[in-house]
Design a protein around this ligand. Structure first.
Ligand code: SAM
Length: 274
């Protein structure tokens, strides 16, 4: 008998992956957590029915959310990662030689533990000595921070449950306050196909706080529609400014991809202008 895992991506559209087996299942304090072994994409983390990351396509999302703001910053030393309990973003940020410390703030310790056990290629850098992990609400952490970070990365789940306020103006104001001079923040902001209103609203919300706000796009096959957006707010540096070369290994990111990710299709531009 075949077993399939299905995500309801919209009211009328689903994505199903055939699985070999369920590796881990628990109801945490915050969400229902599954790790399954899929035929097509390897091990996959699912929270409250939403696919978070898979071993096969995780590199696209984690490289884009990390390397774009880190290369746009002139010299990033202190970085805060909110969410991202699977560890993929932390792994990528640590590739930047200028980074001295990452404060990693994940609300749900169970996600970190399950990822360390079942997603080792993604979580492999979580115990690096430059990483301080706090099991804490990112909203509270950023509210308490002032002039502390060069880059803040919001690697959150969808805007439901514990993630909802991470998409709103008061949180972006707190991020602005928590950033040093020349600081940048970036947030994963869902799909311009299936989350049109959210993409437009978060761009407006961030734009009401930061002098420079830009959206960029990437292709993540297991996320709704495959086309994924990231919104970047900056105190000054241009988020689209790519480096001349990259001194470490990547699978998706190149300086050319960095620049091209900011070229928006007309329908996305219209979404932002409406
Ligand atoms: N790449 C993913 C995506 O777009 O689906 C996000 C993956 S990562 C696992 C998302 C994490 O954000 C989850 O582990 C969740 O517990 C965490 N999270 C949600 N709200 C949070 C909050 N307020 N503070 C800190 N972490 C939060």
């Amino acid at each position: 008998m075949e077993t399939w895992v299905t995500e309801n991506q919209t009211k009328n559209m689903r994505l199903s992956l055939r699985i070999k087996k369920i590796l881990h299942h628990e109801q945490t304090e915050f969400q229902e957590l599954f790790v399954v072994d899929t035929y097509e994409y390897g091990h996959m983390l699912v929270l409250d029915g939403a696919i978070q990351t898979t071993e096969q396509d995780e590199f696209v999302y984690h490289e884009l959310i990390s390397h774009v703001p880190l290369f746009a910053h002139p010299h990033p030393e202190r970085v805060c990662v909110i969410g991202g309990g699977d560890g993929g973003t932390v792994r990528e940020v640590l590739k930047h030689p200028s980074v001295k410390e990452i404060v990693h703030v994940e609300i749900d310790g169970a996600v970190i533990e399950a990822s360390k056990k079942w997603l080792p290629t993604i979580s492999c850098a979580l115990d690096d000595p430059r990483v301080t992990t706090l099991v804490k609400d990112g909203l509270v952490h950023i509210r308490e921070a002032e002039n502390e970070y060069d880059v803040i990365i919001i690697d959150s789940s969808d805007p439901v449950g514990p993630g909802v306020q991470l998409f709103e103006v008061p949180f972006y104001r707190d991020c602005y306050k928590a950033l040093r001079e020349n600081g940048l923040m970036v947030a994963q902001t869902e799909s311009p196909w299936s989350n049109k209103d959210l993409v437009a609203r978060t761009f407006r919300n961030m734009g009401s706080v930061f002098p420079v706000t830009k959206i960029y796009l990437g292709n993540v096959p297991t996320y709704p529609s495959g086309l994924w957006s990231f919104t970047c707010g900056s105190k000054g540096p241009d988020p689209a400014a790519a480096p001349e070369s990259v001194s470490f290994e990547t699978k998706y990111y190149t300086p050319q991809v960095h620049q091209a990710a900011f070229a928006l299709p007309r329908f996305v531009q219209d979404l932002l202008e409406d």
